[in-house]
Design a protein around this ligand. Structure first.
Ligand code: BTN
Length: 246
């Protein structure tokens, strides 16, 4: 196992992603280095949002990877691999209803249980380094931030879970998925991503960034990682921020 072989277990930190990025700026830490904390005071979410995590209750960690074999235009495969690994872990604990909400939220039913923040460093046309930040709600039962409907393993199973065991399992799941990516199994990752995609091939309502509502069917992900939706007789690709699930 290389993921988690070097492991920073920090009593408290503003953001494990920020910490991992600062390690990267000082040198070249071993691939698979994990920065983890049970007390993250300024967790970063997607689109500049804050990531809420009650101290001592949840997983908040970042993994350092060097996927320099991936071209920039293939970066969504990295997203697929990481999302699938987190989905695998949650599904190990919950047999039903675990899905990946495009692009990389993990949902149980209509509730978000985990979020992923991937920060890439690029050189020429390749991804030279990645910090994959993962937050999974484990034993937290009350949340301050309402949308988007947070849940946790504890809320879903009624049981407390052992954070250390889950972190070890997450490292394993990440390693399995990252090795597939390194082997070039992009088609397999793509297929499995779609097989686990929230509302895939299901009529659903969406909202455009201009406020217009419409009904459509998710048909897949295009080469740039955009969401493909069939609306009536035609298909459209959507970038992040241009569409909202209702
Ligand atoms: C999201 O908005 O859904 C992404 C949330 C990502 C949160 C994790 S927690 C560990 C890592 N460190 C951070 O500051 N953010 C990520």
């Amino acid at each position: 196992m290389f993921i988690g072989q070097v492991f920073y277990d920090l009593p408290e930190v503003t953001s494990t992603n920020a910490y991992a990025l600062s390690l990267l700026s000082q040198g070249r830490p071993a691939e698979g280095t994990v920065v983890s904390t049970f007390c993250q005071t300024a967790g970063r979410g997607q689109q500049g949002n804050h990531w809420e995590s009650e101290p001592g209750k949840n997983i908040a960690l970042s993994v350092l990877l060097y996927p320099d074999f991936l071209e920039l235009r293939q970066q969504f495969f990295l997203n697929m691999a990481i999302s699938l690994a987190v989905c695998d872990l949650v599904a190990d604990c919950l047999p039903e209803g675990v899905r990946i909400k495009w692009p990389n939220d993990i949902y149980v039913g209509d509730r978000k249980i985990a979020g992923i923040l991937i920060q890439n460093t690029t050189s020429n046309k390749n991804i030279s380094a990645t910090v994959a930040g993962i937050g999974i709600n484990i034993n937290q039962t009350q949340f301050l931030t309402k949308p988007p409907n947070p849940t946790s393993l504890r809320l879903e199973t009624g049981l407390d879970h052992n954070l250390h065991e889950l972190i070890a399992q997450l490292c394993l799941r990440l390693e399995q998925r990252f090795l597939l990516l390194r082997e070039g199994q992009n088609r397999l990752l793509h297929m499995q991503y779609l097989a686990n995609l929230y509302r895939f091939d299901t009529p659903a309502r969406f909202q455009r960034d201009n406020g217009t509502l419409f009904e459509g069917l998710i048909t897949g992900i295009d080469e740039s990682g955009r969401l493909r939706i069939r609306i009536g007789q035609r298909e459209e690709s959507f970038d992040l921020k241009t569409i909202r699930f209702l």
